[in-house]
Write a protein that binds this ligand. Sequence first.
Ligand code: PMP
Length: 408
Amino acid sequence: MFQPESIRGDFPILGLSVNSHPLIYLDNAATTQMPEPVLATYCEQHRLYEANVHRGIHRLSQLSTKRMEEARVKVQRFLNARYPEEIIFTSGTTAGINLVAESFGRAFLHPGDEIIVTNMEHHSNLVPWQETCRRHEAALKIWTMEANGSLDVNRLASMLSSKTKMVAVCGVSNVIGALNPLDDIVKLAHAAGAFVLVDAAQAIRHGRTNVQELFCDFLVFSGHKIMGPTGTGVLYGRRDILEKLPPVVFGGGMVDRVTETSASFESLPFKFEAGTPNIAGIIALGEALEYVQRLGIGACEHERNLIRYLEQEMREIPEVELVGSPRFRVGVLSFNLQGFSAFDTAALLDKLGIAVRSGHHCAQPALRHFGLEGAVRVSPAFYNTQEEMEAFLDGLRRVIPLLKGTKT
Ligand code: PMP
């Protein structure tokens, strides 16, 4: 069985005190912490190998290039992608989705076409599609979740038609933790002739991702949500499709031959990687994925147990109103304390050293589906312990009378 205590030492930040309490970090859906091997790899790149990639014949540039391309292969293996050139490095999920929305729109969208997204999406998987649809006079169709926050694929089936060009959906909701039926979604969308983009920003950390088995067309995630550095991300795309998409960002590194008036472009993956990439971050991301792989699926199971335990216990606290109750929940649990603002709840928890997120979680339509403008979100990771869950529940019980006190 996975023991979080055995790896907590890898995460120096978990030893911090906050407001004179030991830090209990439960905001992992926003950003995870980096373990020592990832921090060391990041620093090592700057200390010993700093040089630009794909540009020089000198030794450091060669070494940097090799290390970055090795990271691409690590990502390929992690996702079980068929080819390394299907891995495009980006600055994060948001950048990856914008890239696809822009490029896909130019290549494939015509007036009257349709794109389907759900109403549980993060704004990053909604607004780029709104913009693309507007520019190409396509229609954005919203697949609404059920009352409990689950997605019913029958609804999707009834929305799909020959006009549908893309279904863009998250693997796991960042507000309610719904684990979505991606296999069914991909099969249905493909049967209708539509492409599928999976926003795996949350899903990437909650189980094995196998893009060949899933057979999605695009999948995006951010390094900082899976123990890697901020400013790194991955866009996976099936090679045959990426080859048909035009680049949308232009500059150094992505061109082949350039004249004063025209340019031809590099092949995959470089045509989508204009400018100097986040070299140290990418190499550290490769290390992060290997770290997570070494921990194995036991780490994911441990995390699921923590969420299950929290949900059970929080249902017993009368003031707690949980947001949604999807059939399968992983990673996050959102709630409000009856009558009190999410901001105040999170601020009081912070006084106890407990880090949780409050607000609309960049998913305003998702919260409005539940009649809310904001919520508190708790999101454990594999390094969190059962004792920390108890301390969080205890903190919550202490915060309730304080909030009630401020109201009278
Ligand atoms: N999609 C989902 C489901 C997310 O949870 C997030 C981050 N909260 C994003 C997209 C955006 O990720 P980033 O800010 O790293 O680009």
